[in-house]
Design a protein around this ligand. Structure first.
Ligand code: ZN
Length: 276
């Protein structure tokens, strides 16, 4: 059995500020240290829960945050970017998926560093009419290959968002309680290591027993994106497969959920080139 871990940073133990997730800032070293620790807890839990191999995909920003120096035997690291499937690169080679250090979607009240893919571009994303963030978008892509997402870690808001999508069939581990976008009460790393490790064992066992759930997502999909700026919408609307709905919103669709993940990234990356 092979487990895929998509590892973001905003939902890591102790992380509450933008600077801690930004490689140009001195506080970034702390973000990396906490992300690394949470990810290693999940890797060791997955291995002890029966995984033969764990593939960690570094999924934050430039995707070179994690340090392979501490990787245990049986773990792999997919490092660097760009990658065709971005945060989900390589998921289709695995039997079950963990989302580590994830965060709630843009616009969530009381959620640490809430955003959806690009905080300077996205106001909201809807898939098949349902507003989703990275948890929902990435799980929908996984649903295209019928691969279950068994574990989500992050703040309490990210965990709630995951449970709203899968009910109780997804294991969640909250490492902090949000008190706003830029504040949280955090458990210490010693405690979260154990919480994540135990959750990862349980999640790996669910995958192994084929009891982990795949998100319910109709393969024939429609995505609707609302941008923060009209100029971003102007740029996105130049793509031939994109239909403009109004000043801020575009819509596009297809029949392959994995292709959906690529299309959403492509539209957002292009929109992000618009001058403000
Ligand atoms: Zn991130």
């Amino acid at each position: 059995m092979r487990i895929f871990i998509s590892a973001d940073m905003e939902g890591a133990t102790g992380v509450t500020s933008i600077a801690q997730c930004d490689s140009r800032r001195p506080e970034y070293a702390f973000g990396c240290k906490m992300q690394q620790r949470d990810v290693l807890a999940a890797v060791r839990g997955a291995l002890d829960g029966g995984a033969d191999e764990v593939i960690v995909n570094d999924a934050h920003s430039h995707m070179t945050n994690l340090d392979i120096g501490e990787w245990p035997k049986g773990a792999r690291l997919t490092s660097g970017s760009p990658k065709t499937l971005g945060m989900m690169e390589g998921f289709d080679e695995c039997d079950g998926i963990f989302f580590l250090c994830y965060h709630a979607m843009a616009g969530t009240q009381c959620a640490v560093l809430d955003h959806t893919i690009d905080p300077n571009v996205v106001y909201s994303v809807k898939l098949n009419g349902l507003e989703v963030g990275e948890i929902g978008i990435n799980a929908a892509a996984a649903a295209g290959k019928k691969i279950p997402v068994a574990l989500v870690t992050g703040d309490d808001a990210a965990c709630r968002e995951a449970r709203a999508l899968w009910g109780d069939t997804v294991v969640t581990a909250a490492v902090k309680k949000a008190r706003g976008r830029l504040a949280a009460t955090c458990l210490g790393p010693e405690e979260t290591y154990k919480v994540i490790y135990d959750a990862a064992i349980k999640a790996a066992q669910l995958v192994r027993g084929k009891k982990a759930s795949v998100m319910d997502f109709a393969p024939s999909w429609t995505a609707e994106i609302a941008f923060l700026k009209t100029a971003q919408c102007d740029v996105a609307a130049t793509l031939p497969f994109v239909e403009r709905l109004d000043g801020r919103r575009v819509r596009f669709g297809g029949s392959d959920p994995v292709g959906m993940r690529c299309c959403v990234s492509a539209v957002l990356d292009l929109a992000g080139t618009a001058p403000f």
